[in-house]
Design a binder for this molecule. Structure first.
Ligand code: CA
Length: 253
């Protein structure tokens, strides 16, 4: 069945033009066939994020909070931070991480450089994002996943099962066209604008954790890709009445 999906498509140059048009439609909101998943509230009712363990709004592009690595094959590097002018997500504040949906087969990541030790209770991770990956609505050819490491980056585990609110993985990546992540559940197709995902980190209590975002693409056709902003790891608790705002613990290396 190889190549069948492309039978009705134009050749490469026209496809690139289509990708640009798709990006413009996406960015202008015209292509939004439905609403995105609403951004979850950070904490349960009656609680607030009283301790911030990690927070990055991406404005400080010299933070050294993120590192980009190519896993392979073909040396494709999808990620940019700071993004080039064409990779900005106008729904966000000025900066975001951007992972391009490349038109060649590849697998690359952008990872937190700092580890965060997860306290015993009520710890969550949330990030804002928007994405458009190549898909025909049924077959998802390109996509992205979120992973974590509890051993200083030696090994990484998929974090999709930790998502409890907001946008969750939407499908399985097609495995017929050389996507290195073929067969895995992922963020696929279209987020239909800005959304957010929230992860419950209770099961990781006591561990020193890093997260990374990973894109896998197949051998042809790209799209706008993945825009990620406002990554935070925080602890929720009831705020005592009459007290001043608790001091945030900022991320430290
Ligand atoms: Ca593709």
């Amino acid at each position: 069945m190889g190549g069948a999906r492309h039978a009705g498509y134009f050749a490469g140059a026209a496809a690139a033009t289509l990708a640009v048009l798709a990006a413009l439609l996406f960015l202008s909101g015209i292509a939004s066939a439905r609403a995105s998943d609403p951004t979850p509230t950070l904490c349960p009712a009656g609680q607030t994020p009283t301790v911030t363990l990690f927070a990055d709004d991406m404005k400080n592009t010299t933070s050294r909070n993120w590192t980009i690595d190519v896993i392979g094959p073909g040396g494709v590097k999808h990620w940019y931070y700071p993004p080039p002018a064409g990779g900005l997500w106008p729904h966000s504040r000025p900066m975001s991480l951007w992972g391009r949906d490349d038109h060649t087969a590849g697998d690359s990541v952008i990872a937190m450089t700092r580890r965060v030790t997860i306290p015993p209770a009520n710890v969550r991770m949330q990030f804002s994002h928007a994405y458009v990956f190549e898909s025909d609505g049924v077959h998802h050819f390109d996509g992205g996943v979120v992973e974590y490491s509890n051993d200083a980056g030696m090994s990484w585990l998929d974090a999709g099962h930790l998502i409890t609110a907001g946008a969750a993985y939407g499908g399985t990546l097609d495995s017929h066209f050389a996507n290195p992540l073929g067969g895995r559940s992922a963020f696929v197709n279209d987020s239909f604008g800005r959304t957010a995902s929230q992860l419950d980190l209770s099961s990781l209590a006591g561990q020193a954790i890093q997260f990374r975002f990973r894109i896998g693409t197949d051998e042809t056709f790209g799209n706008s890709g993945w825009f990620i902003d406002d990554v935070r790891i925080y602890q929720c608790s009831e705020r005592a009445r009459g007290r001043s705002t608790p001091r945030d613990v900022d991320s430290r290396g």
